[in-house]
Design a protein around this ligand. Structure first.
Ligand code: NAP
Length: 248
């Protein structure tokens, strides 16, 4: 088991990629804190994974609310005594042509997708510094690496920002033993991507090197690697998990 007894927070764990990451981390032996704005989803997942409540806790947390995040992390520390891993996964998309996008539409996505990882990372640093070790994994996106048809500028800008945040945090926190990396998933069918038409979704896969469609499991496997001691000389990277759609 690669994450045996490591304490991990996964944001946006209620469904989609976050749920996939949580399930894989559980199999790898992690103790889990599932954060989501939709409490019922993480409560159900926590019960499904561990009905005893010993290894998994569910926390209602909006990643844009600093007080809520600090309070959630302190509950995690009270229960498990440490925090080893933070996966900044919560995110949304709100796509419109730029001419039709209001400033509110732009700010909403930046707030959740970029300010959220900033707030959660900032809040976890003191816990990780205490033990002189930690792993932060940010879920960015292929959309933040290269423009994708139909993806809003708010989403692309937020995810490009997450990559910059990752690299700068990696330099700042490396001396404290805290590793910070990002994963850029390609298109994976979840509730977030279901809002796009089949044609747009298919267009994102054009040029893919492998035949296999992307699954939450693919991102979860990469997150396990970047959260484990198998990646102890890797920090500040942007790991493309996209079946070879983009190779850089
Ligand atoms: P999803 O199915 O919509 O799941 C995201 C979860 O995060 C939902 O439960 C959502 O709740 C929650 N959430 C939203 N805002 C939140 C907030 N402020 N605080 C806490 N939780 C919040 O999305 P997904 O497709 O799994 O995406 C997960 C991450 O991967 C996102 O960062 C996304 O941008 C990224 N990503 C996804 C793909 C893909 O193809 N699926 C590709 C590249 C990157 P609500 O349902 O209430 O919003």
């Amino acid at each position: 088991m690669l994450l045996k007894d490591c304490v991990a927070i996964v944001t946006g764990a209620g469904k989609g990629l976050g749920q996939g990451i949580a399930e894989e981390f559980f199999k790898e032996g992690a103790l889990l804190a599932l954060f989501d704005i939709q409490y019922d989803l993480v409560e159900n997942l926590a019960k499904k994974l561990d009905s005893s409540g010993e290894r998994v806790m569910a926390i209602k947390a909006d990643v844009t609310d600093e007080m809520m995040i600090k309070d959630g992390m302190s509950k995690v520390f009270d229960k498990f005594g440490k925090i080893d891993i933070l996966v900044n996964n919560a995110g949304i998309s709100l796509h419109k042509p730029t001419k039709e996008m209001s400033v509110e539409d732009f700010n909403k996505v930046i707030n959740i997708n970029l300010n959220g990882p900033f707030i959660c990372s900032k809040s976890v640093i003191s816990y990780m510094e205490k033990q002189k070790r930690g792993k932060i994994v940010n879920i960015a996106s292929l959309g933040g690496r290269t423009g994708r048809p139909g993806v809003g500028v708010n989403y692309a800008a937020s995810k490009a920002g997450v990559i910059g945040l990752t690299q700068t945090l990696a330099r700042e926190l490396g001396p404290s033993g805290i590793y910070v990396n990002s994963i850029c998933p390609g298109p994976i069918l979840t509730e977030q991507t279901k809002q796009y038409s089949a044609d747009v979704f298919a267009s994102w896969n054009v040029g893919r090197a492998v035949k296999k469609d992307g699954l939450p499991q693919d991102v979860a496997d990469a997150a396990v690697f970047l959260s484990s001691n198998k990646s102890d000389w890797i920090t500040g990277v942007t790991l493309d998990v996209n079946g070879g759609i983009l190779m850089k």
